[in-house]
Design a protein around this ligand. Structure first.
Ligand code: A2P
Length: 300
């Protein structure tokens, strides 16, 4: 019963996917995580060249015996691949070994050839995007999108595109609702995806969700967790969520969404207004709201 969203090219996408960033775990642990996820009902996986685990994700998809077209797989162009998009894409495709990629994202607007976010930050993302558009002609990539783009960087990109990005994936959770960016993307027909929707282990917003979780536990007659409230709030705002879990019980909970009443939606949306709560929990944003020198939604 995971809601299915439709991207701007008609492609269907399950609104919950398994976030496969796992702090560089072994091939075996990522493989087991994806296999278990497939068993309990996940049909959407979000990986990246940067995560170093495309091969494990692909192997789990192949070994599942589930028809390829019933599973949605995303991977991402690494920051050091902006000048070699076609080659980087083909390498990801070979690692995954699942025939095609459903969604290919530019992982960050910044290109860097050294370390992940090294000094070289040339604004090449327009040229990079033009190369990504060509991938659609190969038939090996069903949709293309971006990640970690702000209103500012999207506004620089959009006048130059033939294909509007299908998706913009950013950090999003109750401490970082990204409301302005969400409205901007909705207007442009871009679906937003939330990475680290549970705060990547920093669960400081969870205590505020506790009374809401208790309320639904009572009214629905089943255990509802604070994590389910956070994920349901995002999906109800039209956002695709990518929670990561290696625990079967939590995996199951994370695809069991709750329909929240308006007053509870508003209560979750207000958490970031409490003193010191409007913040990145992954450490990608500095206090002035910039991400590695790129202007982002202003943080309070
Ligand atoms: P685990 O893998 O042991 O379940 P995010 O998706 O925001 O990056 O958060 C991932 C973190 O949240 C992981 O540490 C994961 O641990 C934990 N997590 C995932 N699902 C839940 C849940 N339903 N309740 C509590 N913690 C969760």
């Amino acid at each position: 019963n995971i809601p299915i969203f439709t991207l701007n090219n008609g492609l269907k996408i399950p609104s919950v996917g398994m976030g496969c960033w796992t702090n560089y775990s072994s091939h075996k642990s990522v493989y087991n995580m994806c296999k278990t996820a497939l068993k309990v009902g996940y049909r959407h996986f979000d990986t990246a060249e940067m995560y170093g685990n495309e091969a494990a994700v692909g192997q789990a998809v192949r070994d599942s015996g589930i028809p390829r077209q019933e599973i949605f797989v995303t991977t991402k162009l690494n920051n050091d691949g902006h000048h070699r998009v076609r080659k980087a894409f083909e390498e990801s495709l070979a690692e995954l070994n699942i025939g095609y990629v459903d969604l290919y994202l530019m992982h960050w607007p910044q290109a860097s050839r050294g370390g992940l976010f090294s000094a070289e930050q040339n604004a090449t993302f327009v040229e990079t995007w033009k190369e990504m558009e060509k991938l659609l002609d190969t038939g090996k990539c069903k949709a293309i999108g971006v990640s970690n783009f702000s209103i500012k960087t999207l506004s620089e990109l959009l006048p130059h595109v033939k294909v509007v990005p299908a998706v913009n994936q950013v950090e999003m959770h109750p401490c970082l609702p990204q409301e302005e960016l969400l409205q901007f993307c909705k207007q442009k027909g871009i679906v937003m995806q939330a990475y680290s929707p549970l705060g990547q282990g920093d669960h400081r917003f969870m205590p505020y969700l506790e009374p809401i979780a208790q309320k639904y536990t009572k009214s629905l007659g089943k255990q509802v967790s604070t994590a389910q409230i956070a994920l349901s709030w995002l999906v109800q705002r039209g956002v695709v969520v990518l929670p990561k879990s290696e625990n079967e019980g939590r995996m199951k909970a994370n695809i069991d969404l709750i329909e929240l009443h308006d007053e509870d939606m508003a209560a979750v949306s207000a958490i970031h207004k409490k003193p010191g709560m409007h913040r990145s929990l992954c450490g990608y944003h500095s206090s002035d709201g910039s991400v590695f020198g790129w202007s982002y939604e202003k943080l309070g």
